[in-house]
Each structure stands twice: as structure tokens, then as C-alpha cells.
Design a protein around this ligand. Sequence first.
Ligand code: BES
Ligand code: ZN
Ligand code: ZN
Length: 500
Amino acid sequence: MQIRVEKGDILEKEADVVIVGCLEGERVKGGALKDVDDALDGQISELLTAGDFKGKHNTAIAIQTLGHMAAKRVVVVGLGKKKALTVEHIRQAVGMGVRKAKRYRAESMALVLVGAGAGEQDVMAVAQAATEAVFLAAYEYDVWKKKDEDAKELQTATIVEKQAGRINRATQGMKLGIVMAEGALHARRLVNEPGQTMRPRNLKEDAERIANLSKHVSVTIYNQEEARKMGMEAFLAVAQGSDEEPYFIHLRYTPKKAAQVSVALVGKGITYDSGGLSLKPSDAMKTMKMDMGGAAAVLGVFSVIDRIAPTVEVHGMIATCENMPSGKAYRPGDIVRAKNGLSIEIDNTDAEGRVTLADSLSFAVEQKPNAIVDMATLTGACMIALGEEIVGLMSNNAKLSKKVFDASNESGEEFWELPLFNGYDKLIESKVADVKNVGSRWGGALTAGLFLRKFVNDIPWVHLDIAGPAFAERHYLSYVPLGGTGVPVRTILQFLRSYR
Ligand code: BES
Ligand code: ZN
Ligand code: ZN
């Protein structure tokens, strides 16, 4: 996909589809919408008066231009009420337009800065959000499908702006939007690849590729033997049921100017979670290729980190393996020792993510970062609590969690805080070890968070349970197609940008 900003008149732009926005409950007053309405002999005004289209959020209409404009069709996307308008609404509206364009098999698309006119939103923010929406909504996981010879794909998108004074900021926004989207798409591709082609070694190779392509990123890989020498018994216990070699991946980004602050990003990297000996029911297993969604997010961030150029040092840690049942598999009742010395009683081999994270977090702590953010498709319980669309956030530090929340407000990704309730620490007490890997039936997302807390040593830390939002089994947002979503890559990139 090629995207560009162009100074010009939307009426003269040749394209298969043109996207313009319309606020709810207002007449066509000015801007691009009025230009298009006039060119189309007042068709849009007519539809508004008739009530066929009201400009409501999440609605759109398509109109054939019949030669009245250079473009073949206009898609008017609803922006909702002006008072409630946000940049995220614009992202969703443009995503809606892109989906319509795809349905028309459009190869070229043009759009105006939807919401930056009558909507009065910031030009740069709109350009960024619109660009993200274009890339995120156009993406589809079809690498395993037979290529349809005459299938047409969206190839170009042009942001057309009349006012010369806005071109610079629009271009800046677009550039940032491209980087954000590419980071998220990188994660989506990794998540969507099935377990048979996305093994631990494939994540390792991806990390090596990223480091090779960048002057500022380096990587150290530890194989099973080397991880054993580092004392990662907990991680290796999870890995031992599989024939695939596990890897511990340590990525490092060093900014041009020596940094005072460093941030560690830790991702859960189970390339397939069968549950192990505590085997999952078949239906629960179907989507478990996504259990490396946290690792994919770390790699997505690192794949574009150069272009974001944060001023802080950034570490990425991934302990990657499969969770399989076999004669070599770890068992319920086993006791394993994590890198930081704590012993863990295994109550259930399906609560494997936290066992691998125990070692990743211990490793992260040894790097003495100023902040740790872990991302993990950790618990079904978090999905029970928050549903499929919301990231569960837990933290031992209000300042750091605010920073992450602020970033999520910019990215449009939804986060909600869950408590690190000390009172539930007793639920993960073990009679035979320092901690056990599951609590009671209730509050499973919370006891998972409390388990992780034992491995972060009071370093400011945010835990993101992405079990729901990392993977879309249902279509719920215009720019989020089925499968891997790339959540929370854009939030983390924005979070890293916020250190200035
Ligand atoms: N990978 C799963 C969590 C998960 C479930 C992610 C559904 C995405 C969708 C995790 O390893 C797991 O199996 N957790 C168990 C923990 C339980 C055994 C305490 C769960 O949530 O059921
Ligand atoms: Zn599991
Ligand atoms: Zn898992």
C-alpha cells in the first residue's frame, strides 16, 4: 500500500473511491463535504433531509458520481455528534470507508482529513489516525489462500488537502501513522501464522532479522543449554514437553544520545498452548496459536523502533517455547525454581505463561530497568472480566500506569485497570513451595498478576493481560479484521514516545 498527502481539490482527484466525513445532526455547511455535495447536485443533503443517512457513528453510504467528479464513487462516513467526536471515532470512520472501498474492489482511494474541518480535530492527529485506519483496515490474513487472478487490491491511498498551510502537519501525521500501523501489522502477521509455521525458532529468526536490519537494535539469543546455565528452570520446565527447542530472546535498542532511562518490554511467547498434561478441551485449543501475542507485540515494537526513535533505552525479553503434553512434559505437582530463586509449585500445567514469565521478569530485573511492561495472553479469566476488546492492566506504580493509560488514549486501544489486591496473595500460597501457579476458581486474572508481582522486585511495573484483545474471533471494529489485532503495539510505541 502506498499512501501520500497531496495538495489539491478532492473533486479533481481520480480514484475508485473517495472518502469524506459527515457529522451527525448537522447540515452540509462547508469544507470537502459541501464541495462534494454541490458537485453531486445536493445528493448528500437530500439523503440527510430524507433521513436515509444521518451521519451516525459506524454508518456509511456510497454514492456513484456518474461523471460529476473525477472519482468513481464517494463514500460518506458518519462521524457522530460533534460534541462526542474523538480521534478514535475518526480512525473507526475511516476504517469503515476502507472496508467499503475493499468491497467495491477499489485499487485507488482518496480521502480528505475527515473531522479536521467542521469537526475541528487536530490536523496531525487526524492524518495519523486516518493513515493507521487505512493500513489496519486494508490488511487481511490471506497468505495461505489461493490467489484469485483478477482479484483487485487496494494499492494507493491519497490524503487530499486543499489548504497549503496544512500539508506539513498532515504529512508528519501520515508518517507517524505509517510507522504505528507497520508495527501493529508486524505483530498481526506473527500471531496469524499457525503453530506449525510459527515455532520458537521462527520468533528467534524474526528477532535476528529485526536486529540485522537496524543499526540501533541488537539481539542476544540463548538456546536451551544457555538458558539452563542462566538458571531459567521454570521456563525450561514448560518447554520440556515439546520437541521444539526453546529460546530466550533479549533485544536491545540503544538511542543515538546516551539515555538515562531504560524500559523493559517482556512478552509471553508460547507459540502453541495445548495446556500440556492439564490438556485443554479441543475447542479451547483452536485459537492457541495466539499465545505468543505478547512476544509478537514486543517484536512489532522493535520492528519499527528505529523510526520512532525513542530517547530511552529499550529492552525486549521473550522466553519462547511450546506447551505440549508428552512423556517428557512437566507435571502437575512438580516444583520448579525460577531464576530469582523462588520455587514454584505447578498446580496446573495450563497456567504456563506465568511460569515462563517468572524467568523473563527475573531476567528483566537484572538489567535494572526504570520500568517493566509485560504483555501476555495470560488468562481466560481476564476475558470473563473484561470481554474480548479490553486489555486488563495491573500495576504496582500509579505514575507508570498513568503513562500507559495516556498512551492508550492516543492509540484508541482500550485498557481497564484490575486491582493487585494484596488480600488475594494467600490464594497462591503453596504448602510445599514459595508460590503456586494457580489460585482459586475466582479472580483468575488477579492471582495471575499477583504471581507475576513476585518476580519484579518493586521495580515500577505494568502487566497487560491481552488474552482478549490480541486476537479477534469476532468482527467488532472497522479497522480490526479477524485474527491477530496487533494490540498493544501502537500503545507501547506511543508510550515510548512519551519519554522526552
Ligand atoms: N493462554 C491461556 C490463556 C488464554 C485463554 C488466552 C483464552 C487467550 C484465550 C493460558 O495459558 C491459560 O491456559 N490460562 C488458564 C489458567 C488456569 C489454568 C488457571 C485459563 O485462563 O484458563
Ligand atoms: Zn495455558
Ligand atoms: Zn497460555
